[in-house]
Design a protein around this ligand. Structure first.
Ligand code: GCO
Length: 443
């Protein structure tokens, strides 16, 4: 089925949007934005592809109008973006950068003028460097500062935001950044990773409390879920796979929906957990209005006795892969949504807040023919439709991403956009996938 056929068969009140994040598109060099730990991380040797960083990125700071016009012209009714904490508070704490406030004022008003719903995220990974220097997400003080930042954002923008997500992908903020070391701050330290697995959730809880107290009624969090599969269907790989599933997926589901942590993982983590962590779980598990899921791929997991693996390892699979080397596995989306809804979130509205693929896109004769991406979207939208038909409480779907952008450690070498960006002159060129969505949404 084509994107158009699928979208036509989905109820009209379902939201289709597209997503970006601040550090990946805005350009941290512009408008008095403070330094973030991604700026400092990118200066370390070999931390990012060719030492690239987000200082210029898509210069969305200056090109925001054109970018909002692109969203509108494709017929999307919602836009998921993130606030940059250091753009609003360069020192992370108190001193407000008025040019940052003005920027988000223009952006949000620009969305409303175009009839696009603002879905905002408070934290999509650009931690103010000043807070990184006091230990970042390994220091509980950072979660207190996050609560004050949430309150400030609410004060300026709250009543114009359709929805607010506290944190984007707490697993990436903690495990990927402190244990695997692929993202800022690039630590490879078990104790630090364990602390951050809790402190990022504590920050989520504090932000929820602050936002709710100021009267907002559409609060959520965005989790990145990966479908975990044992390499061999036998005991050792199965238990390795279960542990990896607990760390990646269930740690967050259990904390957010049940106010506890999964037993096996907690046994492993206990020694390094912050003191009195249990007392935070009530705030962490407070009621939400929706939950966001980012889905890209599956992981094949096998048991491992190597040092520093915690007994599991991911291995290369044989399915077709995107330019990130991620296997295309749409069935994983269905499995994860069904499990989440049946076992944790019940009838709580679910949004697919990111889905998409990196592709080696090229301009040929003035066009970008990203047929592979169209196919990827078709396969995942088909799963989505089946889930909706089966009655799962899905309310919206956002493509990742509007624009080619700074893909973190991969710099500008991976293109995820519906719109091609020429990073030499900032020209935007809608790809075939963009036109496919426009055709579906505007007809
Ligand atoms: C995410 C990431 C995005 C990435 C995308 C592709 O939320 O997962 O926020 O920033 O660009 O996932 O890796």
């Amino acid at each position: 089925m084509s994107i158009s056929e699928i979208i036509k068969s989905i109820p009209k009140d379902f939201t289709f949007g597209t997503a970006t994040s601040s550090y990946q598109i805005e350009g941290s060099a512009f408008g008095g934005c403070g330094e973030s730990h991604w700026d400092s991380f990118a200066r370390q040797r070999h931390a990012t592809y060719l030492n690239q960083n987000g200082s210029i990125a898509c210069n969305h700071f200056d090109h925001w109008k054109e970018d909002l016009d692109l969203i509108r012209a494709a017929g999307f009714s919602a836009y998921r973006f993130s606030f940059s904490w250091p753009r609003i508070l360069p020192d992370g704490k108190k001193a407000v950068n008025s040019s940052g406030i003005d920027f988000y004022d223009r952006l949000i008003d620009g969305l409303l003028e175009r009839d696009i719903l603002p879905f905002a995220t408070l934290y999509h990974w650009d931690l103010p460097q000043t807070l990184a220097e006091i230990g970042g997400w390994t220091n509980t003080e950072t979660s207190d500062w996050f609560g004050s930042y949430a309150e400030l954002v609410m004060k300026y923008f709250g009543n114009r935001l359709h929805s607010i997500a506290t944190v984007n992908e707490p697993w990436c903020v903690s495990w990927l950044s402190h244990y695997i070391g692929e993202h800022a701050p690039g630590k490879k330290n078990f104790a630090a990773a364990v602390r951050s697995m809790h402190i990022i959730l504590k920050a989520h809880g504090k932000a929820c409390t602050a936002i709710r107290a100021m009267g907002h009624k559409n609060i959520g969090i965005v989790l990145n879920k990966q479908y975990m599969m044992p390499q061999v269907n036998a005991e050792l790989d199965i238990s390795a796979c279960n542990l990896s599933d607990e760390i990646h997926n269930l740690w967050f589901d259990e904390a957010i929906f049940n106010g506890k942590y999964p037993r096996e993982t907690l046994k492993l983590f206990n020694k390094h957990m912050p003191k009195n962590f249990d007392s935070d779980l009530e705030e962490i598990s407070q009621r939400l209005d929706w939950i966001g899921i980012n889905y890209y791929t599956r992981s094949l997991v096998r048991a491992s006795e190597e040092e520093k693996t915690l007994g599991f390892k991911t291995v290369n699979g044989q399915l077709e892969k995107t330019d990130m080397g991620w296997e295309v596995f749409p069935e994983g989306l269905s499995f994860l949504i069904k499990r989440l809804s049946k076992e944790y979130s019940g009838s709580l509205p679910i949004y697919i807040t990111e889905n998409g693929m990196a592709n080696k896109d090229e301009i040929i004769n003035g066009r970008v023919k990203d047929d592979k991406r169209i196919e990827y979207f078709e396969l995942h939208l088909k799963e989505l439709k089946t889930l909706i038909d089966a009655g799962y409480p899905l309310r919206g779907y956002f493509t990742w991403s509007l624009l080619d952008n700074f893909e973190w450690a991969f710099g500008y070498s991976k293109r995820f956009g519906l719109v091609y960006v020429d990073f030499d002159n900032q020209e935007r060129l809608p790809k075939a996938s963009y036109h496919a969505f426009a055709k579906a949404l505007l007809s």
